[in-house]
Design a protein around this ligand. Structure first.
Ligand code: CTP
Ligand code: MG
Length: 168
C-alpha cells in the first residue's frame, strides 16, 4: 500500500466522525436526550447530550459522507454511503455511551477522563463499521494519535479565538 492509499483510508475514517463530533459541539444545547431524567438518583446521560447536538452531528456527518463518497475507491469498501452512516452513528453513540458510563460512576458533566473523552467516538465508529471493514493496526494507531493531536490543537484554537477560557 502506498502513502496516498493510506491517506485515503485515514480520511475515509476521520472526516465524517470529526464533522459529526464537531457539529454536535458547535450546535449542542437545549433539550437533553435523557429529558433530564435520572436513573438511581443520577442523570441518565446529563445535559451535555442534547437533541440539537445529536441531530446536527448526524445531519452534517452524513452530509460529509455524501460529499466524500464519490472520491472513496471501491477497494476501501463496496458501499461507502452505508459505511459512512455507520461511522457517524457509531461516533455519536460511542460519545453518548461514554457519558452514560461517566454518570453511572457519579462523574459530573464535563468531568474529564483522559483518553476516554477524546477517543470514545473513535472507538464507537470503529465498532459500528467492523462488520464492513476491519481496520489495520497501523491505521488505528494513526487515527488515535491524530485525534489526540486534533483535540489539543482545536482546544488551543478555541482558546485563541476566545471561545474557551483555557488552552486545554
Ligand atoms: N453535545 C450535544 N449532543 C451530543 C454531543 C455533544 O449537544 N450528542 C454538545 C453539548 O453541548 C456538550 C458539548 O457538545 O456540552 C461537548 O460534548 P462532550 O464533551 O461530549 O460533553 P460534556 O459536556 O463534556 O459532557 P460529558 O461529561 O457527558 O461528556
Ligand atoms: Mg466532555
Amino acid at each position: 500500500m502506498c502513502d496516498i492509499d493510506f491517506l485515503i483510508v485515514i480520511a475515509a475514517y476521520v472526516i465524517p466522525i470529526y464533522v459529526a463530533n464537531g457539529c454536535a459541539l458547535l450546535f449542542g444545547g437545549g433539550l437533553p436526550l435523557d429529558f433530564n431524567r435520572k436513573l438511581f438518583g443520577k442523570p441518565i446521560l446529563g445535559k451535555g447530550k442534547t437533541f440539537r447536538g445529536t441531530f446536527a452531528g448526524l445531519f452534517f456527518g452524513v452530509l460529509s459522507v455524501l460529499i466524500l463518497s464519490p472520491f472513496i475507491p471501491k477497494w476501501f469498501v463496496a458501499d461507502y454511503m452505508i459505511f459512512g452512516i455507520l461511522l457517524v452513528v457509531g461516533a455519536l453513540s460511542g460519545d453518548i455511551f461514554a457519558s452514560f458510563l461517566k454518570r453511572r460512576f457519579g462523574l459530573e458533566r464535563g468531568h474529564a477522563i483522559p483518553l476516554l473523552d477524546q477517543l470514545d467516538f473513535v472507538v464507537g465508529s470503529m465498532v459500528f463499521t467492523l462488520q464492513m471493514r476491519v481496520p489495520r493496526m497501523e491505521e488505528v494507531l494513526f487515527i488515535v494519535a491524530l485525534t489526540l493531536f486534533m483535540h489539543r490543537f482545536s482546544n488551543y484554537i478555541a482558546y485563541r479565538i476566545k471561545v474557551k477560557e483555557v488552552p486545554w
